[in-house]
Design a protein around this ligand. Structure first.
Ligand code: Q46
Ligand code: ZN
Ligand code: ZN
Length: 291
């Protein structure tokens, strides 16, 4: 099987057959075009890239480095046993390789843990903690843009989760760019048109240090369950991921913005009627239930 651009052997066949060199060229071009098309950031922005040690965020950081962007990394150590410290080492290796500043924070420094809170599953608690800390760190340190490594399958599975819960507001906000407002820093998703396979291939051919462990809490994660089902459907009906992403882009419905308050505990935005944000509720729970 040959590359569509030269006579060399193809290393990837889907979405297109490319050899190693042409795949890297394709990957970088697609990333650059996505950033420019959506005006995600320019070289004057102070960019923070959230990294987990996995193939997606490691590929994003490395590709941005190859494209000549200046940025810093943020690794949130979730303190998950047999997992987080190992991922931290991989992220450190990567940032040493690209010679960029890496910021590391630990959840215990903020008084929280990735554990069940009443009836909230661990992954839901984890999601709230990550979203809150990424934004807070970016805001407190003067970053103008926060880039995350959400991929096409991530976004499509979020869409189905939002559809299932009837959360139209969340669906409307599922865009590659979410503009900043007040203490919300602008958020961008440069990998929105990338599949996990493309990121895996990019990380492998560039020999990137990547944490290949799966989070020990991942089993039963609703998003993963939905994602795997969509992969199954996509096998028979190719294009489901792509079409859903483009469909989301076209949604342009006026929805009433939720009322946003300033959390009385931390001062960050919340739409919670009792004016205490979800993060502070998690923190309060662990201060009353230490163990
Ligand atoms: S890290 Fe956190 Fe994931 Fe682990 S606890 Fe669940 S959400 S599975 S991306
Ligand atoms: Zn080629
Ligand atoms: Zn708060």
């Amino acid at each position: 099987m040959k590359c569509i651009k030269c006579d060399k052997k193809a290393i990837i066949s889907y979405p297109v057959r490319f050899c190693k060199e042409h795949f890297i060229e394709y990957y970088l071009n697609k990333l650059k075009e996505t950033i420019e098309k959506w005006e995600m950031f320019n070289k004057d922005d102070k960019i923070l890239v959230a990294v987990s040690g996995g193939k997606d965020s490691s590929s994003l950081a490395y590709a941005l480095h190859l494209l000549g962007y200046e940025f810093e990394g943020l690794y949130i150590n979730l303190e998950i046993p047999n997992y987080s410290n190992f991922c931290e080492e991989k992220v450190k290796e990567l940032f040493k390789l690209i010679n960029k500043k890496l910021n590391i924070i630990r959840v215990s420094d903020y008084g929280v843990k990735v554990e069940r809170v009443r009836n909230r599953p661990r992954c839901s608690v984890c999601g709230t903690i990550k979203r809150y800390l990424m934004n807070r760190f970016a805001y407190e340190n003067g970053f103008t843009v926060l880039a995350t490594a959400h991929t096409m399958p991530d976004e499509v599975s979020f869409f189905f989760m939002n559809l299932r819960s009837g959360n139209l507001n969340a669906i409307v906000k599922q865009k590659p760019v979410l503009e900043g407002k007040g203490k919300f820093v602008k958020k961008v998703k440069p990998l929105i048109y990338f599949t996990e396979k493309e990121n895996l291939t990019f990380s492998l051919i560039n020999n990137l240090p990547v944490c290949r462990l799966e989070c020990p809490y991942a089993e039963g994660n609703t998003q993963n369950v939905i994602k795997n089902k969509i992969y199954e459907i996509d096998k028979d009906f190719r294009g489901l991921f792509n079409q859903t992403i483009h469909f989301l882009e076209k949604i342009n419905i006026e929805v009433k913005d939720e009322e946003v308050y300033e959390c009385i505990k931390c001062g960050y935005p919340t739409s919670s009627k009792d004016i205490v944000c979800s993060f502070c509720k998690i923190k309060e729970y662990f201060s009353k239930n230490p163990s």
